[in-house]
Design a protein around this ligand. Structure first.
Ligand code: ZN
Length: 149
C-alpha cells in the first residue's frame, strides 16, 4: 500500500501545484459554480459542449489540494468525451469514493484511481467529488450553485 500512497501523493501534489486547464473559457460556454462549505473549496467549471461532445473544459477557483487536483484531473479525463461518457465517468468516480460498487481495479478509472485512498476520509470525499458534481451540473446546463452540504 505504501507504494500506492506515494503515487497518490505525488500525482495530487503535481496537479495541485500545476493545475491543468486552469483558466476561464470565453464565449458561449456553460458555467457552473461549486462550493464545499465544510472545507471552503470554491470552483467554477466552464464547459464547451458541441454536438454532444465535450470540446473544451476548464476551471478556476481556490480550495484545498485535493479539490484542486481533482478538478484538474477531471478536466483531463472528460475533454474530448461525449456527454454520455462524461456522465458515466462521473458515476464511476462517485461510486469509487462513496461506496463499494466500484473497485479501484476498474479500468474505466484510469489515472483517477489515485483518489481511491480518499474514500477512507469522508470529509475529503466532498473535496474530491466537488468538481465532478459541478461538472455534472454544467453537463445538465444548470446554473445553480452546487453545494456539497
Ligand atoms: Zn477541500
Amino acid at each position: 500500500m505504501s507504494e500506492f500512497q506515494d503515487l497518490y501523493q505525488q500525482v495530487i501534489l503535481d496537479h495541485n501545484q500545476r493545475p491543468r486547464n486552469f483558466h476561464a473559457l470565453e464565449g458561449k460556454v456553460r458555467r457552473s459554480e461549486g462550493h464545499n462549505p465544510l472545507c471552503g473549496d470554491r470552483l467554477t467549471v466552464y464547459l464547451d459542449v458541441q454536438d454532444g461532445q465535450v470540446r473544451d473544459v476548464a476551471f478556476v477557483g481556490d480550495g484545498c489540494a485535493i479539490s484542486k487536483a481533482s478538478a484538474s484531473m477531471m478536466t483531463e479525463a472528460v475533454k474530448g468525451r461525449t456527454r454520455e461518457e462524461a456522465e458515466a465517468l462521473f458515476r464511476v468516480f462517485h461510486g469509487l469514493l462513496t461506496g463499494d460498487q466500484v473497485s479501484p481495479d476498474d479500468p474505466r478509472l484510469g489515472k483517477l484511481v489515485v483518489f481511491a485512498g480518499v474514500r477512507d476520509y469522508p470529509v475529503r470525499v466532498k473535496c474530491a467529488t466537488l468538481a465532478w458534481h459541478t461538472l455534472r451540473a454544467a453537463l445538465e446546463d444548470r446554473n445553480d450553485t452546487i453545494t456539497t452540504e
